[in-house]
Design a protein around this ligand. Sequence first.
Ligand code: NAD
Length: 371
Amino acid sequence: MKIAVARETRDGEARVAMVPELVAKLTGLGYDVLVEPDAGRHALIADEEYAAVGAVLDSGAVEAADVLVSVQPPGTDVVRRLRPGAATVSFLPTGSEPEVVAALRDGGITSFAMELVPRISRAQSMDALSSQALVSGYRCAIVAAGMLRRFFPLNMTAAGTVPPAEVVVLGAGVAGLQAIATAKRLGAVVKAYDVRAAAAEEIRSMGAQAIDLELDTLEGAGGYAREMTEERAALQMERLAPYVAAADALITTAAVPGRQAPLLVTSAMVEQMKPGSVVVDLAAETGGNVEGAVAGEVVRIGNAQVWGGQNVPSQMPGPASRLYAQNIVNIVTLMTGEAGFAPDFEDEIVAGSCVTHDGAIRHEPTRLALE
Ligand code: NAD
């Protein structure tokens, strides 16, 4: 059976779904690994590196594939080149890709969405949302440190003492905790806030101060956050305002599954920040936690430079690809039996992540939205 590694074609995508170090894991499962030429180029991986570990460079990899792996969803043009009965494994945001989902269904393709992998303990090694959030969180802290024209750490020198920077992180999920850990390692004083009850302890375990706004916590299904009511949002903003005003760097990473990112910080709040302060909004692409932030751009609001994240994992394509490829190896391993690729639809991870199979949309919310 053949696994093909796609060359990503979407604008700005620099990652690749498989790295040479992990090709042997797939060949060990009995697969022939085909790689589209130049697939790793933007992640700084040369074709020769794949060839050296036994993969075959093949411009007809898509047509030959039993399983096509990619980071971004395959475009409709790629889907039409797959043979009926083939499978795809990729990120597949079904809400924003209805045409791709329809093409996968109509082409008789079995498709799996990495963002639908259930977040249960057994699936942790396949959790690409977490692996990519780890990269994003690190990158956010580094961007903030790079933009801020002062030290993160305290410096005690013969010439005097320079106080540390104060970093405020809003949203302490996977990305936020990584941003906290990175800012701490760089020596900043870090304060953080999240609506989930468990978050305060996690923030403290990173050595940061958990901001207590004396508001009720918002636990939703599966340990995720719930959406805020308008009143709760207004109160949260009012109580966060002094922390935002005092921050040298503000990093926002808040998200609510299936919803636009919550607006946490108004431009009026940013206008209260000191000259030279920086804001990094990881959620800019999904609506923004900070009013006025623009994905892929740095804009000025009051005294602050506001950086809006856009495909942030792709800004560190080597490690992001390595982690994603490991997630892919783990999920493909789960779906491989004696006779090759044979997903067991009784398995909660397989069933949960399947979008289309056998000419039908299997993912119920997507089916209801599209049919
Ligand atoms: P996410 O990307 O959906 O959200 C990021 C953070 O934003 C979350 O911590 C959320 O609570 C926070 N947030 C939402 N609204 C907010 C608001 N109004 N103000 C402040 N913060 C707000 O979440 P995530 O990082 O993917 O993960 C969140 C949870 O899932 C965590 O509890 C994490 O430990 C858990 N998780 C479990 C697994 C697993 O078991 N396999 C894997 C990953 C994450």
